[in-house]
Design a protein around this ligand. Structure first.
Ligand SMILES: Nc1ncnc2c1ncn2[C@@H]1O[C@H](COP(=O)(O)OP(=O)(O)OP(=O)(O)O)[C@@H](O)[C@H]1O
Ligand SMILES: Nc1nc2c(ncn2[C@@H]2O[C@H](COP(=O)(O)O)[C@@H](O)[C@H]2O)c(=O)[nH]1
Length: 199
């Protein structure tokens, strides 16, 4: 694969992946590009189609998966999510560092491909704090919240397994977590720049 190594951001729903990623992309315009996933869930207030997600139907996403158009897909909290090959190619064509936001199932599936990203897990300091953040975000019904908390318990256990992630960031204090993420990604972009300049 040519171009910069992609970055996979994973971790429980509500851990702070989007918060960190949006800040990163705003502070470093022209460096990172977001791989826009498909989802069958409804848009949240403020979310933009084609920017946050490609909001779609199960039939359409499933057809794309069956046709081999997706690098990975997963069922999460009653909805289907997936990363299309085109989503990654769109970012790579602009020579940007591609950031993917996927759940732990997506991490496993991407490991079976030749994408070769850096795997970063964003973890909450505790289940209690995660639940508080999810409740205060006001995006979930009680049912979807419980499903997300159940998935979070699994995610938090799996993320402790050696070798699953290159780096685990505990998002307790947002400023500190952001600095940690920036340091890791600075190394990635520096390595790439040096590689390109020495060619
Ligand atoms: N360090 C932090 N301290 C306090 N609140 C935070 C922190 N990081 C994120 N939050 C808040 O927690 C909530 C969840 O964050 P965010 O939506 O970024 O999580 P996420 O991991 O992207 O979730 P999902 O996977 O469901 O999209 C948001 O309301 C956000 O403002
Ligand atoms: N396997 C995949 N997981 C994805 C993808 N896009 C997002 N996600 C993950 O889903 C949950 C819920 O996201 P939300 O936006 O509904 O809160 C979260 O863990 C995301 O990381 C994808 O393309 N593939």
């Amino acid at each position: 694969m040519s171009g910069p190594r992609p970055v996979v951001l994973s971790g429980p729903s509500g851990a702070g992946k989007s918060t960190l990623m949006k800040r990163l992309m705003k502070d470093h315009e022209g460096v990172f590009g977001f791989s826009v996933s498909h989802t069958t869930r409804n848009p949240r207030p403020g979310e933009e189609a084609g920017k946050d997600y490609h909001f779609s139907t199960r039939d359409i996403v499933q057809e794309g998966i069956d046709n081999g158009e997706f690098i990975e897909s997963a069922e999460f909290s009653g909805n289907l999510y997936g990363t299309s090959k085109a989503a990654i190619q769109d970012v790579q064509a602009k020579n940007l560092i591609c950031i993917l936001d996927v759940d732990i199932q997506g991490v496993r599936r991407i490991k079976e491909t030749d994408l070769n990203p850096i795997y970063i897990s964003i973890q909450p300091p505790s289940m209690e704090i995660l639940e508080k953040r999810l409740r205060e975000r006001l995006t979930e019904t009680e049912e979807s919240l419980q499903k997300r908390l159940e998935a979070a318990r699994i995610d938090m256990e799996l993320s402790k397994e050696p070798g699953v992630f290159d780096v685990v960031i505990i998002n307790d204090d947002l400023e500190r977590a952001y600095e940690e993420l920036k340091d890791i990604l600075n190394d990635v972009s520096k390595t790439y720049t040096v590689k390109v300049l020495s060619m």
